[in-house]
Design a binder for this molecule. Sequence first.
Ligand SMILES: *[C@@H]1O[C@H](CO)[C@@H](O)[C@H](O)[C@H]1NC(C)=O
Length: 477
Amino acid sequence: MFIKAAVVAFVASSIYFLVYKKDVFLLEESDAERNIIAAWSSLIKLPSKSFERLVVGVNSNVDLIVSGVDLLKALKLKPGEAQNLDQLNSLNDLQDIFNFFFTKGSAAERAFLNEEVYKQITRTAESLEDAQFYIGGNAALMATKISSAFPNVKIQYIGPVGPKLRDLLPQSLIIPEASNIPVDEIHLIMEYQVGEKWGDNTAPVATRFITSFDESNSKATMIETFFENVKPFDPDLILLSGLHLLEGQSQEFFSQRLAVIRNGLNNIPRELPVHLELASMANKKFVKEILEQITPAINSLGLNEQELSFSAHAGNGPHPQQFAQTDGQPDVHKISDMILWVLKTFGYSKSNPDSKLSRVHFHSLTYHIIGTYPGVWKNSPSAVAAGTRMAGMQACDVDIIDPDSVSLKFPKKFYLHTGSEEIVFNASNPVISWQREGFEFSLSPVLVCKKPLKTVGLGDSISATGLMYSEFNKMIR
Ligand SMILES: *[C@@H]1O[C@H](CO)[C@@H](O)[C@H](O)[C@H]1NC(C)=O
């Protein structure tokens, strides 16, 4: 259920930010980073016609970050058992599970099922002196990113917005009344430092335990509101995310909500592009259902290596065992084979004219690829490069990348796809485009921040940036 998915999501995102230490793909060229930054500057251009009016939804929450040990103390809990649990119901459960992962030093996430107890916990957490509040949820993060990078774009945001989140979100967002909820959905992030003590136990590394009681997001309660508000706003681009949160529900409920989403998407004209940002899921059946039911009804899909390789696994695609690889970055040719498979199997082509899907934006720690159906999307080389450049900027939390603070982790030699000739990477020409079986691909390496500061929502920012540098030409049928 949700919990399992969340753990996978968290572990996957931890891997995402840790693998760079392994130097699997270190390129020894001394000026590579400088050359790539220079090449991006001359290559990246805004499209001739940019998106101006966006509808974005539907998942959002407040991330409340506190010291885990301080919170347990404030709740008057004493160090006790260390025990792994699937879900949490009581204050003692919180102590037991926190103690368990604190001692192991591994990141984890569990759902809280008792609303009253959860409220008591978050009230206490909010009152802690060092409590920090941040915007959470893929949709809210995408809207926030675009509003700061493209201040002239009008954005209507639809998703659960409580009073605290309303204060945190940019004032420029247009938030209809129907998005308001009386109490924020709070994701509680209990951090701890390496060497910190709880009772007799010492944390071996610094990481975090996360818990939440999610009402709106886990049932996608805003989805009807979302579709109702599309037409009156008259947007030229729609960004959707949050489907993964339905994973905690029963098969029947999941399928019913998916049918509502598919129906809503089918009522959107083909000329109005919809981008769906995926997030980590662990249930094969649900992922297969999203691929089959939803991807043909959207125009653009954004995902990372874990989500793409799990999709290939769930949908009988190429390299089905790639998803089990837990260290290092996936080979370029395997990822490009999978993107081609998504486009060919679920996307628009002459033999599948009813599908709308014509763009896949893949992002991982060390490189990104955009695959498109020719003629529908323009400016993909700029879009993929803008997304990779943004990844380094956001991770290092700077407006201009300092070449000494980032490093290239891309292979010197690689294959564009299975059966292609070997390519030698040239840092003066870092953005590579090619065609295969009637589809177009563009790749750009990432300059990986050596000391990342801001990694939450990185995938959302990458996809949002890539879209704003893309141009939707028209939907051929
Ligand atoms: C790399 O690309 C630059 C710029 O296009 C070019 O001048 C140079 O010859 C290339 N280097 C190699 C080894 O191909």
